[in-house]
Design a binder for this molecule. Sequence first.
Ligand code: NI
Length: 222
Amino acid sequence: MTRPSAKPVVLIDDGRIIAREWRFVPGAETGWHIHGHDYVIVPLTNGALLLEEPGGGTRSAELRQHAPYTRRAGVEHNVVNAGDADLAFLEVEIIDRPLDAARLATLSRFMNAWNARDIDALMNCMTNDCAFHASGGPEAEGRRYQGASAVRAAYQALFEAYPEAAWTQARHLVVGDRGLSEWRFVGRDRKGTSVEVDGCDLLEFDGELIRLKDSYRKARSG
Ligand code: NI
């Protein structure tokens, strides 16, 4: 089913604030997008939203006219008018941290590359002198891979160890030069054993790119 597109009208764009008015006919969608900035939504009408989220989840949300709410940068979704009337809201983005926004976009691109099993796209998110500390291994850091070619080989080995693998329920955060990506890994190894476990990456940035991916996973037992 093809949905009609909700179209934004830019009302303010002064280098620090972007305000857009979005109007949706019944069934209209924004299309998938990542919020690179903190933002405020001011509903101009009542309405019912369907939010499609990464990993295939959906949520319903009620819009109440003149009842604003805020969200942090990093939100990724497709927004659909689930009601049978037109709805509208004002979206106000605060864009005073452009490097944070670029780094959040890198984390989202990185996660999408994992789910697409696209090694080149993964390495395009990382610096040449990057490192990967795996969640398991003989060292205090897990197992350390240093340099782009070692990291690439480790990622390739991970894909080979898990013919099925998905990183779901992603949430990203950037604080200064560091980042956090939370996820639930759902996969199947070469023996056919299912794995479903929560984990996270602590990340360090150099500019917009990842210099270190330091991975952690829950140890399931019982
Ligand atoms: Ni949005």
